[in-house]
Structures are given as structure tokens and as C-alpha cells.
Design a binder for this molecule. Sequence first.
Ligand code: SG4
Ligand code: ZN
Length: 279
Amino acid sequence: DSWHWGYHGYEAPENWPLYYEECGRAAQSPIDIPHPNKPEMVFDSSMNLDTLTFINYDQAFNGSLSNNGHAVQIDIAPSAGLAIKNGGLPGTFRAAQFHLHWGPNDQSGSEHTLQGKMYPMEIHIVHYNEKYGSVAGAVSQPDGLAVVGFFYQVSPVPNGKYSRIVSELPKIAYKNSPKVEIPNINMVDLTHQDLRLSETRGKHLPFYRYKGSLTTPGCAEVVTWTVMEPKIQISASQIDAFREMLHITSGPVTHEDKMVTNYRPVQPLNYRAVYMSLD
Ligand code: SG4
Ligand code: ZN
């Protein structure tokens, strides 16, 4: 990357299109998910959204925790076989990694908003279309990626399923710190218990669906987005640990070096429809 993009000052999202042309296009992410009574919200039974299937989300894998200077990310070992299919997706999509977006306080941080409401954090589970073999191979294809998002809500008690990740964060505080292995985690624990049932019993969680982009430069318009309605609980002090991450690689730390914000604001929906899985 020639230009150092970020979330503050001259590097902020409103200037991304100056250096990354695709960030200024018409089908960008994130978006505000409209109220069901708005004309752009569509209930389309022909898409069979109720068949969305989460494969092996209950399988344990060894996660690899890192800080790329823009987010905290956990790479998912491919051997675990996590994938999503059906539910209107244009193919079978294999999980590669998840990462998180947050903000400076508990009233902001999510990238998507739900009828104008912002949540303190949002997880993105990035999947690539298996026919392209990898995220790198898929990122230039219109049906290349499928990202699943969940919002977080602040709970008074810590979420024990996140305690191992949170306690390892200080080890990756600097950008490009060596990755830290987190053995034996699974996406059901980190998202929603009902996802373990979806393969076998068709248990269905409500979600929203639209076509958009990566939310970081180059903003490629290759993402089939699935934003889940159920929220994940996390405590305020657990979110605070993410705000201690740094976007510098070394040296003494000042407040400006902290990754206190890493969400892109919502983008215009323009001509797009948003599909809802349940009425
Ligand atoms: C975060 O910066 C991830 O760490 C990136 O992953 C990701 O880029 C980027 O967000 C955009 O993804 O779901 N928010 S998003 O649209 O997955 C890609 C890496 O840099 C290509 C590997
Ligand atoms: Zn993301």
C-alpha cells in the first residue's frame, strides 16, 4: 500500500476515495439496515434465506491472533472446515478469519447500524467462495466473499467465551506483533449457541442480507453481507482491552497511537435492496 489509510485525521474514511477509487463507488459497506416498513427492505421467499446453513461452526480450531494495525484478527485453521452455504448465498463459502471493529465509547463502534442504532462492537467472519480457493483469489470476483456480522451489546458480566482472547491482547498490542496461538476455540461459543444446530435441524436465526463491499481500502465490491439479528454479550471492560491496541509497530506509546476507533461510517444504500430472512 502506497498510502497509509486509517480512521483519524487525513487518513480517515472520507479521504479513502482519493487514493482508493473503489471506496467512492455506489455499492459500499457498511450501511444502515432500514426499518422493515421501508420500501428498500424486501421479504423475498424465492431467495430461501431460511435455509442459511453454518457448517462446523461448533468444531474446535486453533486460532491465530494478530494485530494488522487496523483490527484485531483471528485466523481460522482451514482444517476445521468452517463454511456457510444456501440461504441465498451464491455458492459455498469457507471461513478464513474473523476480526472486530469497535469505537471510543460504548455508544459507537459497530460498522453496520440497525435502524440508525450503533452498537459498541461488531464481529466480521470472512468467508471466501470455495471455487476461488482463497481470500486473495476471491477478492477480485463479484461473488468472491461472504462476510457474516454480529453486533455486541454491553453486559454487566464478562463473557467467559472471550476471556482467553481478551487476556492475550496485550501480547499483540503493537501492530505486526508475532501471532499468538489460541487453541481449541469455536465459533458457536463466540457467536450464538443455535448455530450448532443449523446443519442438522435447520434451526434458524433472523438476519439481513445485501450486496456490498469490504469496509477497508480497496473497498472491493465483492461481498455478500449477512448481518445477524441476535446480539453477542460482552462487558465494558472486555471492550476496553481492544481500545489498548496500537497502530504503531514499536516505540513509546502516546494516546494517539491507540486504536480507539476502527469502524467505517455507514455508506449510502443507493439503488440497493436489503433482504430480511423473517417476517
Ligand atoms: C479488517 O481490517 C481485516 O483485518 C482485514 O483482513 C479485512 O480485509 C478488512 O477488515 C475488511 O474486511 O469484513 N470489514 S471487512 O469488509 O478480509 C479482508 C485482512 O486484511 C480482505 C486479512
Ligand atoms: Zn470488518
